[in-house]
Design a protein around this ligand. Structure first.
Ligand code: FES
Length: 182
């Protein structure tokens, strides 16, 4: 029996914001704008193969004469890491603050930390509508692009056009440092 012309080889996760990346079947995909039925939608690009060092490589590798000394490979990190984003004292009780730190891919990312009397929560400030950076406003967490509004207590959508809540991240404090996992 003839095989289909192509199999569905796009990541199973839905692209949610521009620049989002995901790894699927040995490729890294990035969320870009595309067209569907005349509308602009978010889609995955065609993906770039990830070069992963072979675990069976020689224990005493010698530099390849053909490799350029400047061709250093970007580290491939596929699992989440803990990232120090602020001092505990930077986020006092009943405050909402934003901080910029590099995520596991080395991309600068804005994180929002909210502390109340009960807990400390962390969210990725990337708007799930089209990827703008959500800011802190008197009425809540406000996207400057199309005015989506999110609840600072939990990231839930209070007003569209965003359809998804802000991404909540694991957060912990150790020795006066706040770490998020992203
Ligand atoms: S990008 Fe945030 S509301 Fe459109």
């Amino acid at each position: 029996m003839a095989l289909p012309a192509f199999a569905a080889l796009t990541p199973p996760v839905k692209p949610r914001f521009l620049g989002q990346t995901t790894v699927f079947k040995g490729k890294r995909y990035t969320c870009i704008k595309g067209k569907s039925k005349g509308k602009t939608v978010l889609i995955w690009d065609s993906g770039k193969a990830i070069a992963i060092a072979s675990p069976s490589a020689s224990r005493t590798p010698t530099p390849s004469p053909s490799s350029s000394p400047t061709a250093s490979r970007e580290p491939i990190v596929t699992s989440k890491i803990e990232i120090p984003v602020a001092k505990s004292s930077d986020v006092p009780n009943n405050s909402t603050k934003s901080f910029v730190a590099k995520n596991r891919y080395g991309n600068e990312t804005t994180y929002i930390l909210v502390r109340n009397s009960e807990n400390l929560i962390a969210m990725d400030a990337t708007c799930p509508h089209k990827g703008c950076i959500v800011g802190i406003a008197p009425e809540g967490l406000l996207c400057p692009c199309h005015s989506a509004l999110f609840d600072p207590k939990n990231g839930a959508v209070l007003r569209g056009p965003a359809s998804y809540a802000l991404d909540r991240l694991t957060v912990r404090e150790v020795d006066n440092v706040i770490y998020i996992t992203d």
